[in-house]
Design a protein around this ligand. Structure first.
Ligand SMILES: Nc1ncnc2c1ncn2[C@@H]1O[C@H](COP(=O)(O)OP(=O)(O)OP(=O)(O)O)[C@@H](O)[C@H]1O
Ligand SMILES: [Mg+2]
Length: 286
């Protein structure tokens, strides 16, 4: 079998830039990723997919380097493509193939023998609660089930490094939990992008926040949230705050001061990763 699980992989990114014509999608990314599960968060157009595509050897950078376990994403594409699994943001299964066929063929193309491929495919589809849909042509599957085919594929291969670009977008709450559970079952390193802060918070050891092609924050959830020094968030639709976002006035105050704000009609909220966007000015109204 080709896939060898080697625990946590090390990804080193230096001075990575990507221009699409005049659009500077990545403006110089320097990062070392060592976590088992890393979540890349950031607004639409921040550069998350561009970064994922470069790391998974699908896109050439304009400048800079990136290597995974010492393998350069430009020079060692052969090794990397054999090893990694990458689920693109817009992936859709081939319409005439069933989930079973699609996954089994993928495993065989990666070098697995047909028997193991078949067994692993069935097991992964079962874990994703897709056994009933295993033999339906993909164009008869719902949008969420199509997404789940790719998660089952990643689970079946169980690579040392798996990239998943928004694996839970558009999924119902139970399917989302199944995907989380599948991600946790993967033995290797997993890099996901997500717009769901609770997903990043619950799932990832390491969080990278990207904005306008640059890394704004990087660290464990605990470290990132500890930047708020135990403060809480208070917000009000009718009052202005230190930050004004989408009609909400938001401030961060010590627990001792919270009561006074609550009496004035503010609502208190726990700090989450969303607050990193606010204090970094990413959501601010001009
Ligand atoms: N093929 C392309 N040609 C031109 N511009 C592109 C191309 N792909 C992406 N871009 C631009 O590069 C920037 C980064 O896009 P990217 O898809 O990496 O963002 P993202 O963070 O994944 O966004 P989303 O959350 O919406 O998926 C955006 O300004 C986007 O319009
Ligand atoms: Mg994207």
């Amino acid at each position: 079998m080709l896939n060898v699980i080697c625990g946590d992989s090390m990804i080193r990114i230096k001075g990575l830039k990507k221009d699409y014509g005049k659009v500077h999608a990545l403006k110089g990314i320097d990062l070392t990723l060592k976590g088992r599960i890393t979540a890349i968060i950031g607004r639409n157009g921040a550069g998350k997919t561009t970064l994922m595509r470069i790391l998974s050897t699908q896109l050439m950078p304009t400048e800079g380097t990136a290597e995974i376990d010492g393998h350069d994403v430009i020079k060692d594409t052969g090794w990397l493509r054999k090893t990694i699994v990458s689920i693109p943001q817009e992936a859709s299964p081939i319409s005439v193939l069933t989930p079973y066929e699609q996954i089994k063929l993928y495993l065989i193309a990666k070098g697995m023998d047909a028997r193991s491929a078949s067994e692993r495919t069935k097991r992964a589809l079962k874990v994703m609660s897709m056994s009933d849909a295993a033999n339906m042509p993909a164009d008869e599957l719902s949008g969420g089930m199509k997404r789940k085919v790719f998660v089952a594929m990643a689970l079946a291969y169980n690579s040392a490094i798996t990239f998943m670009d928004e694996p839970t977008t558009g999924l119902d709450p139970i399917s989302r939990l199944e995907v989380w559970s599948a991600i946790k079952k993967l033995n290797g390193s997993v890099i996901i992008t997500t717009h769901y802060m609770e997903e990043a918070q619950d799932l990832a050891d390491d969080v990278v926040m990207v904005e306008s092609g640059k890394v704004l924050e990087h660290g464990s959830v605990k470290d990132l949230l500890s930047k708020f020094n135990g403060k809480i968030r208070i917000e009000s639709t009718s009052r202005r705050g230190a930050y004004n976002v989408g009609g909400l006035g938001i401030s961060y105050v010590g627990v001792g001061k919270a009561d006074a704000y609550l009496k004035k009609g503010y609502t208190a909220r726990q700090i989450t990763l969303e607050d990193l966007f606010i204090v970094n000015g990413v959501y601010l109204e001009s």
